[in-house]
Design a protein around this ligand. Structure first.
Ligand code: SF4
Length: 315
């Protein structure tokens, strides 16, 4: 992409902060003044932590880790969020575009296989500006767009050519679940149109070289307890509207947080039987590339109050 075109798109993204419609929440608030939208973020970027992450799917973590950058807050508010300490709060370390570019280059220096902003959407103007600076200074790693799937097709078109790997969630097959559990209206429709756009940009497979992902897409679905019908609706939607070639990561790691311990469905871990129902359905529907997990009884919730949030052995 020409530098002038990249600059034009970043300019458009920055301008959109004045009446923010970066995601389907469509808050239409002026974030350059304050953080009155759903995500409660102002115009600047806020980072919680940046570190090599070894707990992603094998082609993303590789041997030396994914270069994760955890941004504060989110455009969804999942009541069970495993990262709720950071995703439900706009607090964190404000960073400039220059500083974020430096963080990206540091992660490259540490040997990470990619740069993976987590929940990038509300911070998108700054992330894309930082990426441009980092590319000019020698960043060679692929950019992984790790998002909750609640995206606007029109905004995704603006990052075409800047994103190498899309890593979206597809959380729910039913509208009610998205509204009640994540504060998202019409989640399945938005997730599906976003997924189609992502596939248009990068294809419906994940290209892997020497065990490490270089380009493409990987769709994540967290199997929730008591909600396998929603999971099956997700699988059907992807197969029918997109392609069974899309690689899927079916996750069994759901762990109830204190906020949902009394919830009628979400207060327990997913059972082996529920998880296998979803995996078997994916196989029967013809999905060709599946990443699966063991159903594990241990608590696997990261703790962002610790220096190493994902080091389970320290629990
Ligand atoms: S990014 Fe934040 S303010 Fe903008 S539309 Fe989404 S939730 Fe609302």
């Amino acid at each position: 992409m020409q530098v002038s075109e990249w600059g034009r798109r970043i300019g458009f993204l920055k301008k959109s902060l004045e009446r923010c419609v970066l995601c389907p929440q469509m808050c239409c608030v002026d974030r350059t003044i304050d953080g009155k939208g759903f995500c409660r973020l102002g115009g600047g970027m806020v980072v919680n932590s940046a570190l090599p992450h070894h707990g992603e799917e094998p082609p993303l973590s590789g041997r030396r880790g994914a270069g994760t950058i955890f941004f504060s807050s989110c455009n969804l508010k999942c009541v069970y969020c495993q990262n709720h300490q950071i995703s439900h709060s706009p607090a964190g370390r404000p960073v400039s575009e220059e500083e974020l570019a430096g963080i990206m280059l540091e992660l490259q220096e540490m040997g990470c296989h990619n740069i993976e902003p987590v929940t990038p959407t509300p911070h998108l103007p700054g992330i894309m500006a930082a990426l441009r600076i980092a590319r000019e200074r020698g960043l060679r790693l692929p950019l992984v767009f790790n998002c909750g799937g609640y995206e606007r097709e029109k905004i995704l078109r603006l990052v075409e050519g800047m994103v190498d790997i899309y890593l979206p969630d597809f959380k729910y097959g039913f509208v009610e679940a998205g509204r009640e559990l994540s504060g998202a209206s019409d989640y399945p429709r938005h997730a599906l149109s976003a997924l189609k756009e992502m596939v248009r940009q990068v294809g419906d497979t994940l290209e892997i070289e020497d065990g490490v992902a270089r380009r493409g897409i990987l769709v994540r679905h967290l199997v929730l307890p008591g909600m396998t019908d929603s999971s099956l609706a997700v699988l059907r939607a992807i197969r029918e509207a997109v392609s069974p070639s899309v690689p899927l990561s079916l996750m069994a790691q759901y762990t109830p947080t204190p906020a949902v311990l009394g919830h009628p469905l979400l207060g327990r871990r997913v059972s082996r039987r529920e998880y296998e129902r979803v995996v078997n359905a994916a196989v029967e529907m013809g999905f060709e590339e599946l990443y699966t997990q063991e159903v594990d009884e241990r608590a696997l919730t990261p703790d962002f109050a610790r220096e190493r949030p994902f080091n389970w052995e320290e629990s």
